[in-house]
Design a protein around this ligand. Structure first.
Ligand code: NAP
Length: 248
């Protein structure tokens, strides 16, 4: 069984969906969790209670990861509260879907700022800390859309593909320091993000999934838990698709 006892993890976007499932899974393996959210304090508090019931430490932090200064302050607070950071899961993400024909510049920028720049902001602020400790796990949430593209998601695909290139670059920088950087690329997962899609869209997407079902947040959290563990110490710069075969 995977063991994350005495490890401290920062999970961004942990108030809901995939991030919450990741937070609860890592906590169930013994990790203390910094639950990062954007604005939904009530949902973040629910995640914290669920984690505390597992007998480990949890605290909620409000932070817009697209702000470098906010990310810096967040990491400093977590180190003060928990002592150190062993695991960083960059999961916070948003979509603003629309064809480029009518996509507004601010919708392109915001999706890049939260998904891609937010991931950079968080990594930059734990980089030296993990390097000095000579161990660490960074797991970044991409998407099958970052691998294959998707009409109506040029902004999101650019951010998610950017995460892959950035992660592989940082993986090369940090590998000799015992810090791994890996990427999870979910397919079509049952969360608030996908529940906003029309039934027609959902049906069309289902038709592209060989496994013939949506994924659950727990399908993703199982992969993240493995990448966060000691058992994955020789895996870095890897993209693990968790998509029922969608992007195969
Ligand atoms: P979700 O249900 O919409 O939850 C998004 C989470 O991100 C929430 O916790 C939200 O906090 C947080 N967040 C949003 N903007 C933020 C910001 N600026 N700073 C900090 N936190 C922020 O999303 P999800 O479906 O679980 O997706 C999680 C990740 O997986 C995303 O990166 C997404 O792109 C990726 N993904 C999802 C799917 C899918 O099918 N669902 C597929 C591929 C990839 P609040 O609750 O406070 O708003």
């Amino acid at each position: 069984m995977l063991d994350l006892n005495n490890k401290n993890a920062i999970i961004t976007g942990a108030s809901r969906g995939i991030g919450r499932a990741v937070a609860v899974k890592l906590a169930s393996l013994g990790a203390n969790i910094a639950v990062v959210y954007a604005g939904n304090a009530e949902k973040a508090a629910e995640t914290v209670s669920e984690i505390e019931a597992l007998g480990v430490k949890a605290k909620a932090y409000r932070c817009d990861v697209s702000s470098f200064d906010a990310a810096k302050e967040l990491v400093a607070s977590v180190i003060e509260d928990f002592g150190c950071v062993d695991i960083l899961v960059n999961n916070a993400g948003i979509v603003k879907d629309c064809l480029v024909l009518s996509m507004k510049e601010e919708d392109f920028d915001r999706v890049i700022d939260v998904n891609l720049k937010g991931t950079f902001n968080m990594i930059k602020n734990v980089y030296q800390h993990m390097m000095k400790k000579r161990r660490g796990r960074i797991i970044n949430m991409s998407s099958v859309v970052g691998l294959n593209g998707n009409a109506g998601q040029a902004n999101y695909a650019a951010a998610k593909a950017g995460i892959i290139g950035m992660s592989k670059s940082i993986a090369k920088e940090l590998a000799a320091r015992g810090v791994t950087v890996n990427i999870v690329a979910p397919g079509f997962i049952d969360t608030d993000m996908t529940s906003a899609l029309s039934e027609k869209n959902k049906e069309a997407i289902m038709g592209t999934i060989p496994a013939k079902r949506m994924g659950s947040p727990e399908d993703i959290s199982n992969a993240v838990a493995f990448l966060a563990s000691d058992e994955a110490s020789y895996i870095t710069g890897e993209v693990i698709r968790v998509d029922g075969g969608m992007a195969m």
